[in-house]
Design a protein. Structure first.
Length: 453
C-alpha cells in the first residue's frame, strides 16, 4: 500500500486516491488507537466530497466505539478550538486546504488541539496496512450529536482582540470557502467596514483557486485599490492561513505577515521562543533579535512545528505560507486569529500596511516547483546531496544551501504532491533569481539522468 500520510494528514483526489473506504479505515483505526473509547470532534470543509468522506470516517469512529461531536462545515481553526472546548480525546477535519476542488484530505488532531505527530500517524497507517483495527461490540458502538462550534469560537476569539482604535476598511477574500462563515463577521464585530469578495461558499471555488498565491489574488489586489481600502486579507480553503494585501494592492509574502504579527503579539514577553521552518524568511531572525528571543527551525509542515513546541516549548509558531500558531490560543495554525491580530496592529499603530512592512528588513524570495513522481523522490534527494556536497548544507528537510552573503536555496520534496519545491531568498532580487534558476536546473539535470519527463 502506498504511504498514506504526507506532510500533514492524508490527501488526494476524491474517489480516486481518497475514497470512502480509506476514510472508514482511518476512522476505525483512530478509534482503535484511542482504545475504542472517547469522544472525537469531526468537522469538514465545503468541498463536494467532504460530506461523503465525513460520513465514512464517522462510521469508522462509531464502529470503533468512539462517540462523535459533529461540527458540520467549519474552518480548520474552529475544529482545533472545539477539540479542547468540548473536552474531546481527538479531532478529525475533512479538508484539502489549499488544493484544487477535486482534492480532499483528512487530518487528525490530538486532545490538546494540535496535529498528530508523524510518529503517531505512522501507527495509524500501520493499523490500516495490517487491518489490525478493532470493532466495538454491538452495545458499545458510538453515538453522535451535533454542536455549534462557531459561536463559542468567535466569542472566545474576540475576547483576545481589543476593539480597534480606528475604523478600517477591509476587503476580505475567503475563496468561496469556510472562512466565509466567520472572518467577515469577526471583522464587522471589531468595527471594521468590510467589503466581501468570494465570501459565498461554493465547492467549485469559482472566484479563484483556494491557494492564496499572488497569481490567484489579482481580483483582491484590484479591489483594494479601487475601493480605497486600508488593507486586503485572503484565506485558503480551510482558513488556517492568512495573506495580507497592502493599501497599494500588493501582496505581502506570508512570512512578512508572520513577522509583523509576531512582533505585535509577543511585545513585552521576555525571551520569547519562535518556532518556524527551514523555508521561512531570514526576516524572522531579525524579529527574534528585536524581541530578545530565539528562533528554532524545523522541517516544513505544521506537525513538525507543533512537535517542537510540545517537546521544548514555544510562544508562537508559523510558516512562510501565512499560517501562524498562537500557542496560548490553540496549538494549530489559525488564519482567522492571524487576521484579527494583524488588523489590531494596523489600527493601534496608526500606520499604513506599507509603512509597517517598510520597518522590516527587505528580502527577495522566489518559489518554483518541478514535477517528480513520489517513487523517485528519495533518489532525487540522494543525488541532490551529491551535487551540492561542496557547500554548507542543512539537511533537516531536503537540502538548504546557505551562502556567506546571507542568501539561501532550499530544494525539498513536497509531502502532499508529486513535486519538488524550490525556494530561494536574497537581499538582491537578481541573486534570488539566480539561485532559484540554479536549483531548477539541477533538478532538471537529475530528472534527465533518471529518464523522467
Amino acid at each position: 500500500m502506498p504511504k498514506l500520510f504526507g506532510t500533514f494528514g492524508v490527501r488526494g483526489i476524491a474517489n480516486k486516491d481518497l475514497t470512502p473506504e480509506i476514510a472508514f479505515e482511518l476512522g476505525i483505526s483512530l478509534a482503535t488507537y484511542l482504545g475504542n473509547r472517547g469522544k472525537v470532534a469531526v468537522g469538514h470543509d465545503n468541498r463536494t466530497s467532504s460530506e461523503m468522506l465525513e460520513n465514512a470516517c464517522i462510521s469508522g469512529l462509531l464502529s470503533g466505539g468512539c462517540d462523535v461531536i459533529r461540527l458540520g462545515t467549519v474552518p480548520t481553526p474552529v475544529l482545533s478550538f472545539a477539540v479542547k472546548f468540548f473536552d474531546c480525546s481527538a479531532g478529525v477535519i475533512i479538508t484539502a486546504s489549499h488544493n484544487p476542488p477535486e482534492w480532499n484530505g483528512i487530518k487528525f488532531w490530538k486532545e490538546d488541539g494540535g496535529s498528530f505527530p508523524h510518529s503517531e500517524e505512522l501507527e495509524i497507517e500501520r493499523m490500516i496496512q495490517q487491518k489490525s483495527w478493532k470493532m466495538a461490540e454491538w452495545q458499545k458502538v458510538g453515538r453522535t450529536r451535533r454542536v455549534d462550534a462557531l459561536s463559542p469560537y468567535l466569542e472566545n476569539l474576540l475576547e483576545r482582540i481589543p476593539q480597534l482604535d480606528r475604523k478600517l476598511k477591509i476587503v476580505v477574500d475567503c475563496a468561496n470557502a469556510t472562512g466565509s462563515l466567520i472572518t467577515p463577521r469577526m471583522l464587522r464585530q471589531l468595527g471594521c467596514e468590510v467589503v466581501s469578495l468570494n465570501c459565498q461558499m461554493d465547492p467549485t471555488f469559482p472566484g479563484r483557486l483556494p491557494e492564496p498565491t499572488p497569481e490567484n489574488l489579482a481580483d483582491l489586489c484590484s479591489m483594494v485599490r479601487s475601493t480605497g481600502a486600508d488593507v486586503g486579507v485572503a484565506q485558503d480553503g480551510d482558513a488556517d492561513r492568512a495573506v495580507v494585501v497592502d493599501e497599494q494592492g500588493r501582496v505581502l509574502m506570508g512570512d512578512r505577515t508572520f513577522a509583523l504579527v509576531t512582533q505585535h503579539y509577543l511585545k513585552g514577553r521576555e525571551h520569547p521562543r519562535i518556532v518556524t521552518t527551514v523555508a521561512t524568511s531570514s526576516v524572522m531572525d531579525e524579529v527574534a533579535r528585536k524581541l530578545g528571543g530565539e528562533i528554532i527551525r524545523t522541517r516544513v509542515g505544521e506537525p513538525e512545528i507543533v512537535t517542537e513546541i510540545r517537546q521544548n516549548g514555544g510562544d508562537i509558531g508559523g510558516e512562510e505560507n501565512g499560517g501562524t500558531i498562537f500557542v496560548d490560543w490553540t496549538l494549530a495554525r489559525d488564519g482567522i486569529m492571524t487576521i484579527g491580530q494583524f488588523v489590531s496592529l494596523l489600527s493601534s499603530s496608526g500606520l499604513k500596511v506599507t509603512e509597517l512592512d517598510s520597518m522590516l528588513p527587505k528580502f527577495h524570495q522566489r518559489k518554483a516547483k518541478v514535477k517528480c513522481p513520489n517513487e523517485f523522490k528519495e533518489e532525487v534527494l540522494r543525488r541532490l546531496k551529491e551535487k551540492f556536497s561542496g557547500y554548507k548544507l542543512n539537511t533537516i528537510d531536503g537540502i538548504r544551501v546557505d551562502f556567506a552573503d546571507g542568501s539561501w536555496l532550499l530544494i525539498r520534496p513536497s509531502g502532499t504532491e508529486p513535486i519538488y519545491r524550490c525556494f530561494s531568498e536574497a537581499k538582491d532580487p537578481s541573486r534570488a533569481d539566480e539561485l532559484v534558476n540554479w536549483g531548477l536546473q539541477v533538478l532538471q539535470e537529475i530528472k534527465g539522468e533518471l529518464g523522467l519527463p
